[in-house]
Design a protein. Structure first.
Length: 316
């Protein structure tokens, strides 16, 4: 009976669980599993680092390759205007730059750059004549003849310039240049687009006089041009269309002093007036004597003949 009790007692000690040996074995297996997991993680991290390092080296090599392979023709160059006159304003230059680049496109120094800029200038910029465009190693250079405005025309709210050849130029403020307004033009039906000549006899008569005065200013009074004191030239009686007895052309100073020119340039003999050279000499003699056209007299009469007038040099 005692043996049976011991067996029964032994059977009571049996339970579901892990023995110390089993726990040791399980800990061992967990340690191996953790070590294995850490090793895999480290290997993955190392692989990622290597991948980024390889990619970085690849980009460096690619950049070097591109720098060697991409030709100079793909680089962006600066636009350069050569031979710019002193009277050209910054605003006018900015307008020409914008037109040459078609509103700001990059200037690639390739074989088509010069042609593209030249086409833009011809179609968009009336201020330049005979434009030639040259591509240099670091820039695109524009060589051209500048059209200088001689007269200003106002029609309602619109205003524009014309040059010595009557070519219409769009209006841009030019503070350094005295430009005289033309008044008294006959009825205007249509004005050509900028860059096109505006063939009108009354406008041509005004421009013919203004171009001669501009040349005299350069020769005689470059520091204080006479034209800076002229407000307008009136051709309302051009060719005597209002009255044959009144002067055909009259200039007005800034204070409204009349400068009576008389007949159109080159037609003085028909009306028995002073020659055109004498008229110019009288005007500049007065300007030299009084140092101004303003406030001295009620009017300056240039058309009455006179023989005692010193003539200007022939290059005017």
């Amino acid at each position: 009976m005692a043996r049976k009790k011991r067996k029964k007692s032994d059977s009571k000690r049996i339970f579901f669980g892990l023995t110390s040996r089993s726990r040791k074995k399980r800990k061992t297996r967990q340690s191996h599993h953790l070590a294995k997991t850490v090793s895999v993680t480290m290997l993955a991290a190392l692989a990622i680092v290597c991948l980024f390092a390889t990619a970085g080296m690849g980009f460096v090599l690619l950049e070097k390759y591109v720098n060697h392979v991409v030709p100079v023709s793909q680089r962006v160059g600066a636009l350069e205007l050569t031979g710019v006159p002193d009277w050209v304003s910054q605003q006018l230059q900015a307008r020409i730059y914008a037109a040459a680049t078609a509103g700001g496109e990059d200037l690639r120094l390739d074989k088509d750059a010069a042609r593209s800029v030249c086409e833009n200038l011809v179609s968009r910029v009336p201020w330049l004549a005979n434009a030639k465009v040259q591509t240099a190693h670091d820039s695109i250079r524009i060589h051209a003849q500048w059209r200088k405005p001689v007269a200003l025309v106002k029609l309602g709210l619109r205003k524009f310039y014309v040059d010595a050849n009557l070519v219409v130029l769009d209006f841009v403020p030019i503070p350094a240049l005295p430009v005289v307004r033309v008044a008294g033009l006959s009825a205007v039906t249509r004005v050509p687009q900028p860059g096109q000549p505006w063939q009108r006899d009354d406008l041509a008569a005004a421009v013919a006089i203004l171009t001669r005065l501009d040349r005299m200013d350069k020769l005689v009074t470059p520091d204080k041009p006479l034209l800076a004191e002229i407000d307008r030239i009136d051709v309302s009686n051009f060719s005597g269309r209002q009255s044959n007895r009144l002067p055909h052309v009259v200039l007005f100073a800034d204070d409204n002093t009349q400068i009576i020119w008389g007949a159109e340039y080159g037609r003085w003999q028909r009306y028995l007036e002073s020659t055109d050279k004498q008229k110019i000499a009288k005007l500049y003699q007065h300007y030299k004597q009084y140092h101004t056209l303003l406030g001295g007299v009620k009017y300056i009469n240039l058309r009455e003949p006179g023989d005692d007038i010193p003539l200007p040099i022939d290059r005017y």
